[in-house]
Ligand binder design. Structure first.
Ligand code: CMC
Length: 385
């Protein structure tokens, strides 16, 4: 029998060719269509970056305006979605609800099966537009508050904050500091090459199903604590540590091979250097807390944890640095977003990366992803007479 190369976790197997995102993990470099992530996060909006990922170039003013207008014209979801939400327990994990809601979109849009550039672009627009609406509906449903309809006059991040925090009882004014921070969090999570969720979307898409269903697969993969769920796990860990004096105890646990505990928000499959997204996230975290006048012991714990870990031989030898999720939870918490919604925010931001990969794949010839295995079971045997 032909022998296959065993590459557990696909650490050295390229799944595809792609011109969207480049990562040099040793140098700590992340480029989208050639542009460094810090330049994009600090100087461009999420929708600029979304346009860039989907179309290959940054938009000019007219292109960006047209893109924004088209997205806002698709913000609403079919009113039937209110019934879908009502089918869930209020205390369901929002990621479980998001998986279901994105699959439900597949049931509403059949026209996308037409294989054309126009149809793919429309799918991208619909997904970008509807994910914030569905995410905010998840939150409102969990707290038993009325759903808030999207507001086309607000920015992408501003509209999301509105749908999350406005109520029908009083006017809601979007805080520009929080709006900018939210937009930056979206940008920093927009795409990241062939991570577990993006490669899941590609694998599922390779058999040609409805793209909204492919996105549901991405959401499921992102949910795990080793991937997008790390931001939720990280804030829980910082809360558990609680005070700076308890850090050594947790560092010792992270180093103990008999203890499954890991420092959440530390380490990365690809980055063996400081995650460039974490740098911008750390700056943004300081900015947000300063401008809001918020003090939280969690930031102090996070900074001290980072300092101690980065000078410890265990972390140095294994090149374990803070990743994008280390500081994002502190910002989200300051904004007022509950911990269970953190991974949902990641999912809505990453949706554009998933669709950009899906589009790229459709524009090439589709080859079904069908890996082989190394069989370790019985050799042929027979049922006793
Ligand atoms: N705390 C303590 N030790 C760690 C950690 C950590 N966070 N991460 C890795 N290690 C150790 C691990 O025990 C192993 O040690 P040894 O060589 O002695 O057995 C070594 O470092 C290599 O670890 P690995 O598990 O082989 O590395 P990986 O590339 O398979 O895993 C990872 C990458 C991100 C899953 C892992 O670092 C981890 O679990 N980190 C915590 C969770 C986390 O923050 N995830 C978010 C990733 S970034 C956001 C995203 O892209 O979704």
């Amino acid at each position: 029998e032909k022998l296959f190369t065993y590459d557990q976790g696909l650490t050295s197997t390229a799944l595809c060719e792609s011109s969207i995102t480049y990562i040099d993990g040793d140098q700590g470099i992340l480029l989208h269509r050639g542009y460094p992530i810090d330049e994009l996060a600090l100087r461009k909006s999420y929708l600029d970056v979304a346009y860039l990922l989907l179309n290959g170039e940054l938009p000019n003013t007219e292109e960006l305006d047209a893109f924004k207008k088209e997205i806002s014209s698709h913000y609403m979801v079919n009113e039937q979605f209110t019934r879908l939400f009502q089918g869930f327990r209020r205390d369901s994990h929002p990621m479980a609800v998001m998986c279901a809601a994105s699959s439900a979109l597949a049931a509403f849009y059949h026209d996308i099966l037409e294989d054309s550039q126009k149809s793919r672009d429309k799918t991208a627009i619909r997904l970008l537009a509807k994910m914030p609406t569905l995410a905010a509906m998840c939150y409102k449903y969990s707290i038993g508050r009325p759903f808030m309809y999207p507001q086309n006059n607000l920015s992408y991040a501003g509209n999301f904050l509105y749908m999350m925090f406005a109520t029908p009882c009083e006017p809601y004014v979007v805080n520009p500091v929080l709006e900018r921070a939210m937009d930056r969090i979206f940008t920093l999570h927009a795409d990241h090459e062939q991570n577990a969720s993006t490669s899941s979307v590609r694998s599922v898409a390779s058999s040609g199903p409805n793209p909204f269903a492919c996105i549901a697969a991405g959401i499921a993969s992102l949910w795990g604590p080793a991937h997008g769920g790390a931001n939720e796990a990280c804030i829980k860990m910082l809360e558990e540590i609680g005070t700076v004096d308890r850090i050594p105890e947790f560092i010792a646990r992270a180093k103990d091979k008999n203890d499954p505990f890991r420092l959440m928000g530390f380490g990365h499959r690809v980055y063996k250097n400081y995650d460039p997204r974490a740098k911008v996230m750390r700056e943004t975290c300081h900015e947000v807390l300063k401008e809001l006048g918020v003090t939280t012991p969690l930031l102090e714990v996070a900074m001290e944890l980072e300092r101690i870990a980065l000078s410890d031989p265990y972390f140095i030898e294994r090149k374990l640095y803070p990743n994008v999720d280390f500081y994002s939870g502190i910002i989200l918490q300051a904004i007022g977003i509950p911990t269970s919604m953190f991974t949902v925010i990641f999912a809505l931001a990453r949706t554009v990366g998933w669709i950009a990969n899906w589009k790229e794949m459709c524009e090439e010839s589709l080859k079904i992803v069908r890996p082989r295995q190394i069989y370790t079971g019985y050799t042929e045997r027979h049922i006793d007479k």
